[in-house]
Write a new protein. Structure first.
Length: 269
């Protein structure tokens, strides 16, 4: 379940361009809070100040309504950029996870980037049939990320909704095949910048990690986008994952922003 709350008491949730998205994840007993900008954003209110006291007051009332016994949701995670992280109460806290946003120009020549395991798998394909696409994504995505920090298992409905969302790119999900899918890259478009694409996810089945599958998928993803209208590709990577960061740098990715995740216990909150 998802809902929105305004960034302060003077904004209207129906018309304001900036808001906080609340995502309820009962499977892992977590609530996620992410500052968002509406697709209608014309940058006029881009720097609107977030009143976190107001946000947390509203969030508390939502939790009391949804989970008054504090049984369903145990943790609250919030994602903030650098400026937001310096706002009380976060300025006195340490983040539990830090992610780097990296961006690459699709003008970068990447065909010369060599991956010694390019021939490890049989092929890179699109799965055209939506039912088959969703079924394969459901299996491999949950397997690839089951031990990753903050990952909530995705249902068939979750994946279907994401595929049918407005920022999905047609044929923008590529699979590495070795008889069965062993890895995938999921590319999405930015609804506010029609020349910017995002790596929503890139994952490898745990039985096939260390074979360069993700690197090859990224290369094919970039080549796919170079044949389209997109000029830049953005992704997020765990700041502690130095190996992945080095791979991305080979493809011309450079740091552009930092995101901080903070964690609260529902009980203390």
């Amino acid at each position: 379940m998802r809902t929105r709350i305004p960034i302060n008491e003077y904004t209207n949730i129906e018309t304001d361009e900036n808001y906080m998205e609340i995502i309820f994840e009962p499977k892992i007993k977590r609530i996620v809070v992410i500052p968002k900008e509406s697709d209608k954003n014309n940058s006029k209110n881009h720097n609107s100040k977030i009143d976190f006291n107001y946000v947390y007051k509203k969030l508390k009332s939502i939790i009391q309504k949804e989970d008054n016994e504090k049984i369903i949701y145990k943790q609250i995670h919030i994602q903030l950029d650098k400026t937001q992280s310096q706002t009380p109460p976060h300025d006195t806290m340490l983040p539990v996870k830090t992610y780097k946003t990296m961006i690459s120009s699709l003008n970068t020549e990447i065909k010369s980037v060599k991956n010694p395991n390019d021939n490890f798998f049989d092929s890179i394909i699109n799965i055209k049939n939506e039912k088959e696409l969703i079924k394969n994504l459901h299996v491999i995505q949950n397997a690839a990320f089951k031990d990753s920090w903050g990952f909530s298992p995705n249902s068939i409905t979750d994946i279907t909704n994401k595929i049918q969302s407005s920022n999905n790119i047609k044929n923008g999900i590529l699979f590495a095949m070795k008889k069965i899918p062993i890895g995938y890259i999921w590319l999405e478009k930015d609804n506010k910048d029609n020349k910017l694409a995002h790596v929503s996810m890139i994952g490898t089945h745990p039985d096939f990690t260390g074979k360069g599958v993700a690197s090859s998928l990224l290369k094919h993803g970039v080549l796919f986008l170079k044949d389209t209208k997109y000029t830049h590709l953005k992704l997020e990577v765990d700041n502690d994952n130095s190996g992945a960061r080095k791979v991305y740098e080979k493809y011309g990715f450079k740091d552009s922003d930092t995101k901080y995740w903070y964690e609260f216990l529902n009980q203390s909150f």
